[in-house]
Design a protein. Structure first.
Lengths: 341, 634, 207
């Protein structure tokens, strides 16, 4: 492939990709179905499933057919065609109960556990260009890019068609990292470091969700993987790595004041300011995110305001309390946060 | 006894009636050691608990009827979900099968007059009841466990689950474990030693093989759970560090121990149902089970291999590849004994002349749902697929097919099948078939869509879910299905309750059954058999000459053992008559000991360790009193 | 049926001995005890497996600040415990032969040694607790104390059962008491075997 052609292709791709990203972000948060795979590993699993379903269907309808025959011949003894000999019946049990299953199971074992398992395996050390640390927290995802100060939450940007090594750990209880359209899931276990491969065929938004019961808000612990062209990804990462923008305008400046003096700063970090709390998500570029509180609500001004007013109403049991700020204070904070792109 | 026509026979029967006369009224029930009464106590207790666990399920389903519903909050949902799982597994299916069916039927099937240790049998029941009340006290006082039925640490640690909920779970299950262990020991000794003379092991009904396998599985599986729970309580209460990685502990230790117990447990759940199926199928197809020795072997093998597959519940935790491959292979091997049994049932129905009465209908329904559940189960042995669908509704679909269909249907079949034996009356056949079809359709409508919704990405254990992911319609259907399923079960219950009063009276053997229990009256007398039955095959009731011989012996007063609560003990393999035992009659000690034990657990829960020790001392004293009388049951 | 015995009638030593010798299968009580022992043995197997599981994931076992377990004394004590199986075995023989006095004597001898064993162990346990506690000694101390105390509890239970048996034997021998002697002896063999396994496990970091 010539360089020019390749470049033209990739330009075309990024154009269509940009369109896709827009389209997907309009429809919401991307899909989460294991049956619409968007990567090699996920496709292999999907294929495995359809083959297994076909085999299971044959087995199932075979057995049902036998029961149907049994009903049909309920007044006759013995087998159709094969007669009444006990040995024939016994050997049928052995054929269907031992011989056939052994053949089926050996093939399943080889295909699934030796072949497909290879493709869904965690990447061997040092074979990927990019590693991302994802830390499960009750009930959001902390995302870090090693080698960069970038920290974000509930949104994992990856370059498209690139093998990414996700290093999955937990800060509190066991969670499970799962993006069905891209790959299998991996648990985040205390005291252990697990890894999983992420790869996306095409740009887009892929929904992920915590799959291990982790307490009250396990149901609202989702995230998005946003696969985008490499250049776009690099721009995004550079922005994430930068410290927060200074507040523009009086309202926002007042909002910063509120944020620093009320308890917000003791739980949240905003890089480049005095806020360095570690309990909640990093808010340095919160305005850049599409959703709030691990995909519980869209990141719009009214939603942001109602979140700050009473997070417990929106996500009961989550670790952020309602702080009882006045409307004016809340509006100011919202102005401030809206500027953190 | 039908055969007690002659005056001499009548005289022997009357004498036995006198010797075995039971105390009536409430006190009689509280002190009984009659395995049939204990079986009934188990039955009604587990039925009530089934209603509780079913109600919890219906509440969960109602919350999930549509996206973002607010019927239950996250806390209530997690509590109900945990209680549903725990109750169904530990307090419904196992005590229903072993406690109710095993207790009532096993001694009858082997021609014995009681269990090997009648007082320990009563103790098992009272301990079980107390443990059930214990854990439901948690729910009633607002501290139910909420970390799921497998209760993973560190979510269940004192850091992330302060409060008493998890303590109710841990102590309640240790408590429950004691009861189950006692039951299992009792079954094994009963099967080994109390078989009617002549019933050598190869003439024992398949039902008894299933219970033998279950009992052994319980004995070797429960300790792993007990150890896991003891560690948990030590960590929570006394600051030990078993599950604390920051001090050298390990959270996966819990998972290993839990599933070393947990997987054998699922076969413990299903095996009695296999046993029920192998009792019902011959009766309604008028032929002996196909491949009898193979089926007996398969029943034992399922229980055995089940101990080697536990980590297939942990494929996503990041175990080394060699380990996952081994456990996947083992999970495949365990399919073979199940497949043998499945095809043995189908072939028996196929080659026999089945009459599809209610019990057989439930069994056929069971075969179908077990098949579906088994086929999805084996898909999990494909590691990458499991890692994709584990912890989604696909798993929920698998185990409800194999439990709600696979284990519960045979229980329903058994209830209808043995109803005339236990009550002396027949249920209403049409209504029985209706309840089957409603439940069968309801079960499929509830649980089939869960496969799909799991595949399209819905994780389990969520109290709610967002719109827009394609899950709404499936969930709606599931919820409606669960209502239908509940109606079906309710029809069955109403049928049985009404038939208790209005059902037509039946004789000893309304079905032409194949095993010994049909030889005695319906309901059976306290001493089960006036004559210790003669046995020369596994289908004792179909050996007409033997039953006629029994009648002649009764008239002669032979083998009637009427010097006390007597029953024969025989040798383990060949069942040669070895000695005559004298079983204890009713006793106040089992319930007293259970109460003292409940005191121990309650005090442990409240953290009054000294008072707990006092209750421990009381329990020891009760034990001494218990052993003050010397019956010859040993 | 003529050779079938009614064990209920065996209320004298001679009758009890006759029942014991005529019985072809093992008595029900023995089977019950054997199964209880099987489940208890599984419990200890799980405890020991957990110990080594944690051991295998830890580099410092025992953790810094905790002494390695001593080897000699625990091994000697385990040997003593095993040795008490001999009088228990002789007690069973005597009981099956209908010799009340000998039965009681052997049980009493075993009981005395076992009580001494437990006393020494409890002193040792107290020493250990003074030097490190389950709270401070990390997972090592958790596993160590749990295993040790679980075993001591079984020894204590055995002692209580033997003491109860002695009170019963004081009023003669019956079939029931012969079986009880066999059951309690079986339990002691189990406690001794587990004692060896537990001791070897606990001293393993020093080997
Ligand atoms: C009654 C209980 C019961 C039974 C009998 C089974 C039977 C089986 N189960 Fe299931 N299982 C559960 C109850 C049960 N299970 C529960 C409760 C859970 C979830 C726990 C939780 O997470 O909460 C679970 C979860 C579970 C998992 C973990 C899933 C996960 O969480 O990721 C796995 C993985 O391997 C599994 C496998 C199997 C297999 C291989 C069988 C086999 O024994 C099935 C064998 C039967 C057949 C296969 C059908 C008949 C055979 C044929 C028709 C022959 C032809 C077939 C072939 C050639 C394939 N089960
Ligand atoms: C024995 C096992 C068993 C059985 C039979 C059932 C039966 C049912 N289960 Fe259960 N279920 C589990 C074991 C079982 N379940 C387990 C282990 C879990 C996992 C929990 C966890 O994740 O921790 C689970 C989880 C589970 C979930 C998933 C929760 C989640 O992940 O968020 C759901 C959701 O739909 C569900 C639904 C149902 C339904 C509708 C039934 C129905 O079949 C119930 C029907 C029964 C009734 C409706 C009762 C009717 C009774 C009567 C009419 C008798 C009346 C008697 C008197 C009046 C005395 N179950
Ligand atoms: Cu995090 Cu579920
Ligand atoms: Cu399993």
């Amino acid at each position: 492939m010539s360089v020019r052609r390749a470049r033209r292709r990739s330009a075309l791709r990024s154009a269509s990709a940009a369109w896709l990203v827009v389209a997907l972000s309009l429809t919401g948060c991307g899909g989460q179905s294991a049956l619409t795979p968007h990567s090699g590993p996920a496709r292999d699993i999907d294929k495995l499933w359809w083959w297994m379903l076909a085999a299971a269907a044959i087995g199932f309808f075979g057995a049902i057919a036998m029961l149907a025959v049994a009903w049909w011949r309920r007044r006759k003894e013995g087998l159709p065609w094969l007669g009444e000999r006990e040995e024939t019946t016994n050997s049928l049990v052995i054929v269907f109960g031992i011989a056939v299953p052994v053949v089926v199971l050996v093939s399943l074992f080889v295909v699934a556990n030796l072949v497909v398992a290879k493709s869904t395996e965690a990447p061997a050390a040092g074979t990927t260009q990019l590693s991302i640390n994802v830390v499960g927290r009750q009930w959001f995802w902390e995302v870090r890019y090693p080698g960069s100060p970038a920290v974000t939450a509930n949104e994992i940007h990856i370059p498209v068609r690139t093998r990414v090594n996700v290093i999955a750990t937990t800060d509190d209880v066991i969670h499970s990292f799962w993006v069905p359209e891209l790959n299998r899931k991996i648990d985040m276990i205390n005291g252990r470091t697990n890894r999983v491969l992420l790869y996306a065929d095409k740009p887009g938004v892929y929904r992920g969700q915590c799959a291990e019961l982790c307490g009250l808000q396990h149901a609202h612990m989702a995230f998005q993987v946003i696969a985008e062209p490499a250049a776009r990804f690099r721009r995004w990462l550079a922005n994430m790595a930068a410290p927060a923008r200074a507040p523009q305008g009086a309202a926002a400046q007042q909002g910063e004041q509120v944020f620093m003096t009320q308890q917000c700063a003791s739980c949240h970090t905003i890089r480049g300011t005095a806020a360095d709390g570690r309990i909640g998500p990093d808010l340095t570029h919160v305005a850049d995110r599409r959703t709030l509180a691990a995909l519980t609500i869209p990141n719009t001004r009214p939603e942001l305001i109602s979140w700050i007013r009473d997070p417990q109403r929106i996500k009961p049991g989550n670790k952020m309390p309602a702080l009882g700020l006045s409307n004016a204070q809340i509006n100011a904070v919202a102005d401030y946060l809206a500027g953190l792109r | 006894m039908a055969a007690s026509a002659t005056p001499q026979a009548q005289q022997h029967v009357e004498r036995l009636e006198r010797i075995w006369a039971e105390r009536t009224g409430l006190l009689g029930w509280l002190t009984t050691t009659d395995h049939k009464r204990i079986g009934l106590l188990y039955f009604f207790t587990t039925l009530a608990l089934l209603a509780a666990a079913g109600t919890e399920a219906l509440l969960m389903r109602t919350q999930l009827i549509g996206p973002n519903k607010d019927v239950l909050g996250p806390h209530a949902y997690n509590e109900l979900m945990t209680m549903h799982g725990v109750t169904m597994i530990f307090f419904v299916i196992i005590p229903m099968t072993t406690g109710a069916f095993g207790n009532y039927l096993l001694p009858l099937m082997i021609g014995a007059r009681d269990m090997a240790f009648p007082r320990m049998n009563a103790l098992s029941f009272w301990l079980f009841l107390a443990s059930g009340l214990f854990i439901y006290t948690g729910l009633a006082t607002g501290s139910a466990p909420d970390a799921g039925w497998f209760d993973y640490v560190p979510l269940a640690s004192s850091t992330f689950s302060p409060g008493r909920g998890i303590d109710f779970y841990a102590l309640g299950l240790i408590f429950n474990t004691v009861a189950s262990t006692a039951t299992a020991v009792n079954f094994i000794v009963t099967i080994f030693k109390l078989r009617a003379p002549g019933m050598s092991l190869n003439r024992m009904p398949l039902f008894c093989y299933a219970f033998l396998a279950v009992s052994f599985a319980l004995i070797f599986a429960l300790p792993a759970l007990t150890v896991a729970l003891i560690f948990l309580e030590l960590d929570r209460r006394l600051g030990f560090h078993f599950y604390d990685p920051s001090a050298g502990g390990d959270v996966l230790l819990w998972q290993h121990l839990f599933w070393i117990f947990g997987h054998p447990e699922v076969y413990i759940i299903i095996l009695p149902s296999f046993g029920i199926a192998t009792s019902i199928i011959p009766t309604f197809t008028r032929r002996k089970m196909v491949a009898f020795p193979l089926v007996a072997l398969a029943e034992l093998l399922v229980a055995f291999i089940g101990f080697g597959v536990w980590a297939h519940h942990m494929f996503a935790v990041g175990l080394p590849t060699v380990a996952t491959i081994y456990f996947a292979a083992a999970s495949m091997i365990v399919v073979i004994p199940s497949a043998i049994q499945l095809f043995a049932w189908i072939m028996t129905i196929l080659t026999g002349t089945p009459s599809f009465k209610t019990p057989l209908l439930w069994i056929v329904g069971f075969i179908v749902t077990f098949l579906v559940g088994g086929l999805s189960g084996i898909m999990f042995a494909a590691i990458p697929f499991d890692q994709q669908v584990t912890d989604t509704y696909f798993v929920v679909a698998h185990f409800h097919y194999i439990i709600a269909g696979g284990a519960l249907f045979p229980i329903m079949a058994g209830i209808f099948y043995w109803f005339p034996k236990v009550t002396g009356r027949m249920y209403h056949e049409r209504a029985g078939q209706w309840s089957f079809w409603l439940t069968f359709i309801g079960t499929n409508v509830t649980f089939f869509p869960m496969h799909i919704v799991g595949l399209i990405g819905m994780p389990r254990r969520q109290y709610t879910y967002p719109s827009g992911l394609g899950w709404n319609g499936y969930n709606l259907v599931e919820t409606l299905g669960s209502y239908l399923l509940a109606v079906g079960l309710l029809v069955a219950v109403v049928n049985l309750v009404v038939s208790l009063r209005k059902g037509a009276r039946v004789g000893n053997d309304p079905w032409g059954g194949d095993t010994l229990e049909w030889a005695t009256t319906s309901p059976p007398p306290p001493y089960n058999y006036a004559v210790i039955p003669k046995v020369s095959s596994a289908y004792a009731m179909w050996d007409r000459e033997d039953r006629e011989e029994d009648a002649r012996r009764l008239a002669r007063g032979e083998r009637t053992l009427q010097q006390g609560h007597e029953t024969p003990a025989s040798t383990v393999l060949d069942a040669d008559w070895d000695e005559i035992l004298d079983m204890p009659a009713d006793s106040p000690w089992p319930i007293t000991l259970a109460a003292a034990t409940a005191g121990i657990f309650a005090m442990l829960l409240l953290g009054h360790y000294v008072t707990a020790a006092v209750f421990g001392a009381i329990a020891l004293l009760v034990l001494v009193a218990w052993h003050g009388q010397e019956p010859q049951e040993a | 049926m003529s050779d079938v015995t009614r064990s209920v009638h065996a209320t004298t030593p001679a009758a009890a001995a006759r029942v014991a010798s005529q019985r072809r299968a093992l008595p029900n009580g023995w089977w019950g005890a054997a199964l209880l022992v099987a489940t208890e043995a599984t419990l200890f197997a799980c405890l020991i497996a957990s110990y080594f599981y944690l051991y295998s994931y830890t580099t410092k076992w025992p953790p810094p600040g905790v002494e390695r377990p001593s080897v000699a004394l625990p091994l000697v004590l385990a040997a003593v415990l095993v040795a008490t199986c001999v009088p228990m075995l002789l007690a069973v023989r005597a009981a099956r032969a209908g010799r009340v006095g000998a039965t009681a004597g052997w049980v009493a001898l075993a009981l005395a040694v076992q009580a001494g064993y437990l006393a020494v162990q409890i002193v040792e346990l107290k020493d250990d607790l003074d030097s490190f506690s389950p709270r401070t000694g990390g997972a090592y101390a958790s596993a160590y104390y749990t295993l040790l105390i679980a075993h001591h509890a079984h020894v204590l239970l055995g002692i209580l059962m033997s003491a109860w048996l002695l009170t019963r034997l004081a009023s003669g021998l019956t079939n029931y008491r012969v079986v009880a002697t066999r059951v309690i002896a079986l339990y002691w063999y189990f406690v001794a075997a587990v004692g060896v396994a537990v001791t070897l496990t606990l001293v393993s970091p020093s080997l």
